[in-house]
Write a protein that binds this ligand. Structure first.
Ligand code: DGY
Length: 313
């Protein structure tokens, strides 16, 4: 008999079909009463397919499934999963690192470029025929400027390599100095922000980094500085950011992530010093396909008694 997977959100159609050749899949978002379905299926469900932006895999959901063996996350961030509750029951957790590193780093660089060179503003400027009345205000040169990366993990390093290729000076902040990295380390985030022209947030989300980038850090970045966040909305205190943006205490912000997605603070929608994206770090056909394949291979490996390809921790 096929094992039952509770899917909280869909993979791409091809991967979804492939998943269904190996498992019995309950599509939770299609259920009229998801809670009732979970109750009815509680003994059958042995795996959860979760995604970085879907409903939380909470302690109560984990507790409600007595035969749950594995949570396979579609995404590199696992802040939607109660990892402690899973560990307490010895439930395996897998995720999809590496395959999305390049695309996510590209989005960070796109936001740096968009802010520095007023790309989005320029597009609108042409479309609404403002060009006829004079030129777009001048942008900012990237070469020679300093990018301060918050979190020099896989994605942070890929961002650093890319921005270094734009002749930018790279510095970073994180829990600890990385001896194998050529960039200058700042143990103090506020200090790094005052040394940076672009503060690029690429650390993990969750309680540990909640509101790490607060008023003081943003103020230190200064009125010529730009903030880019491709990590998690929770890392930046959104209230503080709104005040700072309103007062033009930084030059602008490029955001791919928000505290309560898909909700974006109303006030940001009318600000012209922000570039807003709908969390598209990994959103390419190639990467989402690879992420889906990795989810399937992890699930199959688990139930075939093979080592997991990408266990979390
Ligand atoms: C992830 O996988 O966690 C990323 O945020 C996707 O863009």
């Amino acid at each position: 008999m096929q094992k039952t997977v509770l899917a909280m959100q869909s993979l791409l159609p091809d991967e979804m079909s492939e998943l269904e050749t190996h498992f019995r899949v309950i599509r939770l978002w299609k259920q009229r009463d998801p809670e009732a379905t979970i109750k009815e299926e509680r003994d059958n469900i042995v795996a959860i397919l979760s995604t970085y932006n879907a409903t939380r895999v909470s302690e109560s959901l984990i507790e409600a499934l007595p035969n749950l063996e594995i949570i396979a996350q579609f995404g590199v961030g696992v802040n939607n999963i109660n990892i402690e509750a899973a560990a307490a029951r010895d439930i395996a957790v897998t995720y999809t690192p590496d395959v999305l590193t390049n695309d996510t780093a590209d989005i960070a660089v796109s936001l740096v470029l968009a802010l520095a060179r007023r790309i989005v503003e320029g597009d609108m400027f042409v479309r609404v025929s403002k060009w006829q009345n004079g030129p777009l205000p001048l942008g900012t040169t990237m070469a020679g400027k300093t990018a301060g990366i918050v979190g020099l993990g896989r994605i942070g390093q890929a961002i650093a390599r890319r921005l270094a290729a734009f002749d930018m000076n790279i510095i970073y902040h994180g829990r600890e100095e990385k001896q194998d990295q050529p960039y200058e380390y700042y143990a103090d985030l506020t200090e790094m922000a005052s040394a940076a022209d672009f503060l690029v947030v690429s650390c993990t989300g969750g309680e540990e980094t909640k509101n790490l980038v607060n008023y003081g850090v943003l103020e230190a970045l200064g009125s010529k500085g730009f903030l880019v966040n491709i990590a998690r909305g929770s890392v930046v205190n959104e209230e503080d950011l709104l005040i700072i943006l309103r007062n033009q205490a930084i030059a602008g912000a490029g955001l791919d992530v928000f505290a309560a997605e898909p909700h974006v603070p109303e006030a940001m929608l009318t600000m012209d010093n922000v570039v807003l994206l709908p969390h598209i770090g990994s959103a390419t056909i190639e990467t989402r396909t690879e992420m889906g394949q990795l989810v399937i291979r992890n699930l199959r490996a688990h139930f075939e008694g093979e080592p997991l390809l990408t266990p979390y921790q």
